[in-house]
Design a protein around this ligand. Structure first.
Ligand code: AKG
Ligand code: FE2
Length: 310
């Protein structure tokens, strides 16, 4: 019998003591990031700056959070889609935490869920966020450098906020795969995902095959680009469709850190990336307005093109 080779995401190692700009290591990792994002819009990042006991602790706390009564979770509301509490849907529920890198914002959310406070969770979430935002910033710096648009670095870095989303997917109690979160592209800039030991994330290649993500180390994260990065780079990086498929009995938890443009910030491809060979793909747009459009439109497929395609 011929054995099918399983498709795998590129694996990029960021576990280097000092990943300094301009060092040989930096240049090597940068070119791997560039290649992976052009080809897949996605890769596995090995990053050992989040200690494993911190990961373990935070996932236990995420589990506790979802075990709170539904009425308590539903107190976390937001007018923005996928911010605040979402669910419970068939297998899925999630809790969005806006500005997760801003201590007071996190504290006020925790007060809603645990009026008596939850110091362990607050501290762990802060340490986790500090490290994962570092990884996000290294990757974004590498993206801008590899596209030759370093002059926009400060403007770009200052134009974003961080949303964290804690997610729970119930096992469907059958070996038949069931949809946990349906196929979509992310609408933000960059997403960094980490999961408990239960797999389920699948990423589609440009040729339409699905890659089942099986993180190769306990220190792994999956990094996915969003439509806004695709638009801002005028199509230089791919933005992949992805979904979560669940089977079996076990519950999957994941944490996503989403880099989101600040409300009102105009996404406009740098002149350097608009050429005869690469004509402008999207008119300048405000991501928060696009999100409102998405909410009112029927289909999310090619939504950005429908909204502001040239
Ligand atoms: O849970 C995951 O691993 C993926 C979640 C996801 O794709 C999303 O929230 O946009
Ligand atoms: Fe996603």
């Amino acid at each position: 019998m011929g054995s099918e080779t399983e498709l795998k995401l590129p694996i990029i190692d960021f576990s280097i003591e000092y990943l300094e700009s301009n060092s040989d290591q930096w240049e090597s990792v940068k070119s791997q990031v560039h290649k992976a994002l052009v080809e897949y819009g996605c890769f596995e990042a090995v990053f050992d700056k989040v200690p494993l006991d911190l990961r373990k602790a935070i996932f236990l706390e995420v589990e506790e959070l979802f075990d709170l009564p539904l009425q308590t979770k539903q107190r976390v509301v937001s007018s923005k889609p996928y911010h605040g509490y979402v669910g419970p849907l068939q297998l899925y529920e999630s809790m969005g935490i806006d500005d997760v890198d801003v201590h007071d914002k996190v504290e006020s959310l925790i007060k809603i869920l645990w009026p008596q406070g939850k110091p362990g969770f607050s501290k762990n979430l802060q340490s986790f966020t500090e490290q994962v935002t570092r990884l996000d910033q290294i990757i974004r710096k590498m993206i801008l450098e590899s596209l030759g648009i370093e002059k926009y670095m400060d403007e770009h870095m200052n134009s974003t906020n961080y949303l964290a989303r804690l997610m729970k997917y119930q096992g469907p109690q059958t070996n038949e795969a069931k949809v946990g979160i349906r196929e979509h592209t992310d609408k933000n800039i960059l997403t960094t995902l980490c999961q408990n030991q239960i797999d389920g994330l699948e990423v589609q290649t440009k040729s339409g095959e699905w890659i089942k993500c099986k993180p190769s180390t306990p220190n792994s994260f999956v990094v996915v680009t969003g439509d806004t990065l695709y638009a801002w780079t005028n199509g230089r990086v791919h933005t992949p469709a992805h979904r979560v498929m669940m089977s079996g009995n076990e519950t999957r938890f994941s944490i996503g850190l989403f880099t989101v443009p600040k409300p009102g910030f105009i996404i406009k491809a740098p002149d350097e990336l608009v050429t005869e060979e690469h004509p402008l793909l999207f008119k300048p747009f405000v991501q928060s307005e696009f999100m409102k459009f998405l909410r009112s439109s029927e289909s999310t497929k090619n939504a950005l093109k429908v909204y502001c395609g040239v």
